[in-house]
Structure formats: structure tokens, C-alpha cells
Design a protein. Structure first.
Length: 237
């Protein structure tokens, strides 16, 4: 059976940036998979058996405290991948990887990925650059959560989600957003109302539509630009 046509035109930025020879070498091992909402790809302490390259889907890296409180520490969309510990040698991850917005992704066996990474060619270069960009995102998120208002944080987060999904309509509930931002649902309700009043978004039950991206960027803190500029600088996004 031939591979799905989508795999011959990879949507994920990392796979698309591979030289044709490298991509064709991986092609027999690539599998397009559905990533349904709230599917947990990795649990903390688990050694991944596969890595995932999202297409038009979003995956959150989530820290969970002993009392059950959660907060998102990283966000992975079409520009990235899930499973970096395989490449970096740590094997296991301390975060949960959960599908935030459903869609599809490309699955690759962990051993095949590690072998390709260790060839020291373009896959290694791209993964290391992506790792640096993701570290910028994680560290800037920590600064943002400490220093900026909920309106600024929500605007920054929605812009990042829009970038990773490449869509204006985002199937998001306020409960889920509150878990990802580590804040109360009531705070998200007020903030989403503020953004809607300013004409940047339209919120209906279970869906947020970005109406005015430039105005939303004006409300967001500088953290969005710091993260976006670093991704663009390193990966040419």
C-alpha cells in the first residue's frame, strides 16, 4: 500500500525543511495519525516509543502539581515536534504531552528518529535549532506568567495557538484555557470578555475566533514578539 499523499508534501515545518534525500529515507517509517482532543501522548516519567510532528494540530506540554493543579509550560504546533528527550539523551520527559487542538500529525518510531538524528545531518541541525526556540518559549512563558496581566497573557497565548494551528477559528473552552494558563476560569471569562469588547476575538461556547490579529498583538505583552522572533530567526518560520 502506498503512503498517503500528504506524506509526499509534508506540512510540518521540520519535516518540510529536510532535504529530499533525507525525507525520502524517512518516508517508509512515517505514519499519518489522528490526534484527537485531549489524547495524552506521553505521561511524566514515560520513555516515548515514538515522536510526533503535528500538522494542523496543537500539543501542550503540561506540568501537574501534587494537588492536581496544571499549567502549560510549552506549546507545539506545525513548527515543531514532540519527543525531544529521545534526541537529547534523557529518554523520559517530566511533562505530560496532551493534544490541545485536534487534527493530524506524523508519527515516527523513536529508534528510527534517534538513528536519523545521530547521522549528524540536517535532521540534527533542525532539531537542535528547534530545541533552542522551544527553550526560549518555555522560559519566556515563565516570565510572562509572573509579570503580566491575564489580558496580556491570554492575548499572547491565543496568538501562539493561531500560529501553531494556522487557523483563525480555535476550538477552545474557557475551562481548558484556565488550565493551560494556570489561572481561575472566572479570570479567563472576564479577560475573554475584555478582548471581545475590544473587537479582537469572538467567543462562543467552545470556540474562539480571531477577528483582528494586529489589535490582539497590541494588547499582548512583549513576550509574544520575543518568542515569535526567535522561532523565525532560528527556523525561518
Amino acid at each position: 500500500m502506498s503512503k498517503p499523499e500528504v506524506l509526499n508534501r509534508p506540512q510540518n515545518y521540520l519535516l518540510a525543511a529536510l532535504p529530499d534525500e533525507d525525507y525520502q529515507r524517512l518516508l517508509p517509517h512515517l505514519e499519518e495519525v489522528e490526534l484527537p482532543l485531549k489524547r495524552v501522548l506521553y505521561e511524566p516519567g514515560e520513555t516515548p516509543s515514538a515522536v510526533y510532528f503535528p500538522n494542523h494540530s496543537m500539543i501542550s506540554l503540561v506540568a501537574t502539581m501534587e494537588d492536581g493543579a496544571t499549567v502549560e509550560v510549552g506549546l507545539v504546533g506545525i513548527e515543531g515536534m514532540i519527543g525531544l528527550p529521545i534526541a537529547l539523551g534523557g529518554r523520559a520527559t517530566v511533562y505530560q504531552a496532551i493534544v490541545q487542538l485536534p487534527g493530524t500529525g506524523i508519527k515516527l518510531d523513536a529508534d528510527v528518529f534517534k538513528s536519523e538524528f545521530e547521522r549528524g545531518e540536517q535532521m540534527q541541525r533542525l532539531v537542535l535549532l528547534y530545541t533552542q526556540a522551544l527553550l526560549t518559549q518555555v522560559s519566556q512563558n515563565a516570565v510572562c506568567n509572573r509579570l503580566h496581566s491575564i489580558d496580556e497573557r491570554l492575548a499572547r497565548w491565543l496568538l501562539s495557538v493561531q500560529d501553531g494551528l494556522e487557523a483563525d477559528e480555535l476550538p477552545l473552552t474557557q475551562e481548558f484555557i484556565s488550565q493551560m494558563l494556570g489561572t481561575r476560569r472566572a479570570s479567563v471569562t472576564v479577560s475573554a470578555g475584555n478582548l471581545q469588547e475590544q473587537g479582537t476575538i469572538r467567543y462562543s461556547r467552545g470556540k474562539i475566533t480571531i477577528l483582528n490579529r494586529e489589535r490582539l498583538k497590541g494588547i499582548s505583552c512583549e513576550c509574544y514578539s520575543v518568542i515569535r522572533n526567535e522561532f523565525d530567526r532560528l527556523l525561518g518560520g
